[in-house]
Design a protein around this ligand. Structure first.
Ligand code: ADP
Ligand code: MG
Length: 218
């Protein structure tokens, strides 16, 4: 089954300089446990695609299915709920809170819940190889360790899909490979990963590479 599916998705922007078709009838199916790399030149629609897949943005045309549920016409509140249950984000530059420990950062998406997931945060850090760094703050961690904290955080609500923006962007090659191993470990548990990247190493790890050109799949 597909974790997420886009069918004929078009997203237009009404920019001051004239209308822009950021996504042009894109159809994409991300299977459960698949690792999909999205590549393409600057301005080709990668960020827009990630936002639409992550239910942060809605298409002007086309449909979006999460599992077998059509979520195209859901209102913002409902989309937010589905996003929280379904999608984990790994942002560029980690977006960790500097005053919180690694474990607290991983639990952040649940702190307003009735039952914050502190134990699960520690388990997830163990799973990404940081079981001995639970109390470290971000400035006490290397770039690769910070990225693994961000990956652990993306998994806290048991998403079916993890979206990563340039997950190896600012990391040296060896560190980048450890991140890719970590993401592959995520897919081994049935979670899908979609990574926007310029890095051919990411594409080499991916099951499939989607090449965007002017908003369309090339
Ligand atoms: P990429 O991430 O591949 O660099 P984007 O998805 O950010 O590409 O952008 C795709 C196209 O949509 C570009 O032509 C960009 O100029 C345009 N675009 C993106 N965001 C906006 C916006 N908020 N308003 C108007 N145009 C936008
Ligand atoms: Mg972008």
């Amino acid at each position: 089954m597909a974790a997420i599916e886009l069918a004929g998705v078009t997203r237009r922007y009404d920019a001051a300089g004239g209308p822009v078709v950021a996504l042009d009838a894109v159809s994409l199916s991300v299977e459960e446990g698949a690792f999909v790399a999205v590549m393409g030149p600057s301005g080709s629609g990668k960020s827009t695609l990630l936002n639409v897949v992550g239910l942060l943005d809605a298409p002007d045309e086309g449909r979006i299915l999460v599992g077998d549920e059509d979520v195209t016409d859901t209102d913002v509140g409902e989309r937010t709920r589905i996003r929280k249950e379904t999608v984990g984000f790994v942002f560029q530059d980690f977006h960790l809170i500097p005053t919180l420990s690694a474990a607290e950062n991983v639990a952040v998406p649940t702190i307003f819940d009735a039952d914050p997931k502190r134990d699960r945060a520690a388990d997830l850090l163990g799973r990404v190889g940081l079981g001995d760094r639970l109390g470290h703050t971000p400035n006490e961690l290397s770039g690769g360790q910070k990225q693994r904290v961000a990956i652990a955080r993306s998994l806290i609500n048991r998403p079916s899909i993890v979206l990563a923006d340039e997950p190896t962007g600012n990391l040296d090659r060896d560190t980048g490979e450890r991140i890719l191993d970590t993401l592959t470990g995520v897919t081994d548990r049935g979670v899908s990963v979609v990574a926007v990247t310029h890095d051919p190493a990411v594409a080499a790890y991916a099951d499939r590479t989607v090449e965007l050109e002017d908003g369309a799949i090339a």
